[in-house]
Ligand binder design. Structure first.
Ligand SMILES: Cc1cc2nc3c(=O)[nH]c(=O)nc-3n(C[C@H](O)[C@H](O)[C@H](O)COP(=O)(O)O)c2cc1C
Length: 226
């Protein structure tokens, strides 16, 4: 598959066939994904491949609270889990919200679930002294996570970045024996997609990039974009 097509069609896949994802294929996917960059090339990422049914059920439980809050906030049109605009909901309102199946079922139905971790003692976080939520540390692990999804797509597999379980990171780390100072970056259910390619909805380049300044003229021609 051409790189162009991979980049344009790597969607969030949450429904999987019963097809297996053998360790050999997973190793091939990781063999190319591993060329992702990390700050200072410290390569602090680690991946735990989960197939065990009982472990997955615990993962589903651990995912529940984060997913409840996501759904509860979405239902009242808040930006779920947004760190800048805090929620107006009470803990009781969140606890009373059902867990949306699409946020947990992929953990049960995927051929494998990859838990992507990063050694916090190996990341460079140049924004750590700023008075805002940290973003740079994640850049030492998310390129690898995205490479995994791209490489999987090229081989006819798919998956989704999921992050709800990280709200319960201590339980997640205990479940999988992840030591300090590792953090969990994402949980990726991976398998053979049920559905074919769908057209991805993304903002056009003219809304994404400007020239010279943030308020500069747009890059790209809105009239010619798909
Ligand atoms: C940082 C990040 C966190 C995400 N967390 C979740 C998640 O917890 N559960 C989930 O089902 N999808 C999650 N997603 C997937 C997004 O919902 C998905 O990428 C987005 O809606 C675009 O979907 P599409 O590629 O099918 O258009 C996450 C994506 C990113 C990049």
């Amino acid at each position: 598959m051409e790189l162009q097509e991979v980049l344009r069609t790597t969607a969030a896949v949450r429904e999987f066939t019963d097809d297996p994802l053998p360790d050999e294929v997973l190793a091939e996917i990781l063999e190319v994904a591993r060329f992702a960059p990390s700050g200072g090339n410290r390569q602090g990422a680690r991946i735990v491949v989960v197939r065990d049914r009982e472990t997955r059920e615990r993962l589903v439980e651990i995912t529940g609270p984060g997913a409840r809050r996501y759904a509860a906030q979405g239902a009242v049109r808040e930006g779920p889990w947004n760190p800048v605009v805090p929620t107006t909901l009470t803990a009781e309102q969140i606890a009373a919200t059902p867990v949306p199946p699409h946020l947990v079922e992929p953990i049960r139905t995927a051929a494998a679930v990859l838990v992507v971790c990063v050694d916090l003692s190996a990341v460079a976080a140049t924004d750590q002294l700023l008075d805002r939520v940290g973003i740079v540390a994640g850049a030492s692990v998310y390129p690898l996570a995205w490479n995994i999804l791209l490489a999987a797509r090229e081989r006819g597999y798919g998956g989704t970045f999921t992050t709800m379980a990280i709200a319960q990171e201590p339980a997640l780390k205990e479940l999988l024996g992840i030591p300090d100072p590792y953090a969990v970056a994402c949980v990726i259910p991976l398998g053979r997609p049920v559905k074919g390619v769908t057209r991805l909805k993304r903002r056009p380049v003219s809304e994404l990039a400007t020239l010279e300044r943030f308020d500069g003229p747009p890059l790209g021609d809105a009239d010619t974009e798909e």
